[in-house]
Write a protein that binds this ligand. Sequence first.
Ligand SMILES: *Cc1c(COP(=O)(O)O)cnc(C)c1O
Length: 332
Amino acid sequence: MSYIDLRSDTVTRPTPGMLDAMTRAEVGDDVYGEDPTVARLEAKLADLLGLQAGLFVPTGTMSNLLGLMAHCERGDEYIVGQQSHTYKYEGGGAAVLGSIQPQPVEMEADGSLDLARVEAAIKPHDFHFARTRLLALENTMHGKVLPLDYLASARAFTSARGLGLHLDGARLFNAVVKLGVTPYEITRHFDSVSVCLSKGLGAPIGSVLCGSEAFIDNARRWRKVVGGGMRQAGILAAAGIYALDHHVHRLADDHALAKRLGDGLRDLGYAVEPVQTNMVYLQVGECAEALRDAAAKQGITVSAAARMRLVTHLDIDGADVERVLAFFASQR
Ligand SMILES: *Cc1c(COP(=O)(O)O)cnc(C)c1O
């Protein structure tokens, strides 16, 4: 029996083609700026996003942290969604390591932040307050794609107020494929963008932070400070390049399978949220743990949460989705 892991799109294994690219990678010491494969990945992604420079880091958490630290100084503040990864799921790193105060605001159902709410959270210029410097958005947010016209208004809003605009684009390419646009159509609105290679793109490790030359110089310094300077990291960057070359368009397959899974679960009577990309959310209430345990006996791994998240990815195919639906049918 093969195993089906729906907890996240981070659980994928490198494909033979990716492993081959990794073993063939040309490498050097990247702390000395001498790893050609890392340089190629950074330039490739910056170019795709229409930004000047990129910085390869081990994780999305570090990428967001360095982004926040490059935008904000001690005693500055960033405005962020209450459920955003940078605020809620990164150990409070901006505050702990950057002395940056987060100002969370409630989020809208579509994953955006109401700009009137953001406006109300901006602090006056007065020494009683932290200095508001930055707005941080997330796209996709819990699998939802932020509308392009919203991004344009967020850009106009932040520019008019002298604020920076950062995108946690861990799953940027899911939004790109869903909208059928170039990455630049999304990223042109932002000063900085963090992209994960280790989610739907299927690399084992790695994120890239992109922004202006000066911004990335600053972030590079902070990367060393937090211990993220890596040596022959081209082995890992090669996986990222391979992922960008081979695993972007196929995200459409993940989206189609998530839709099939969501529709099937709804037909079985489950309360399923509308599916946009590769995430299916369903309400299972108190059954979460029983479902997880029963699924495990069938070789299916899910997280036990009342609002259960099922994620499709590179290692899930159509037959897997049918097996998952058969399992959920058996639990009604
Ligand atoms: C996974 C994720 C991150 C962090 O990435 P890690 O590599 O797990 O540290 C940041 N933001 C979002 C939205 C994510 O899903």
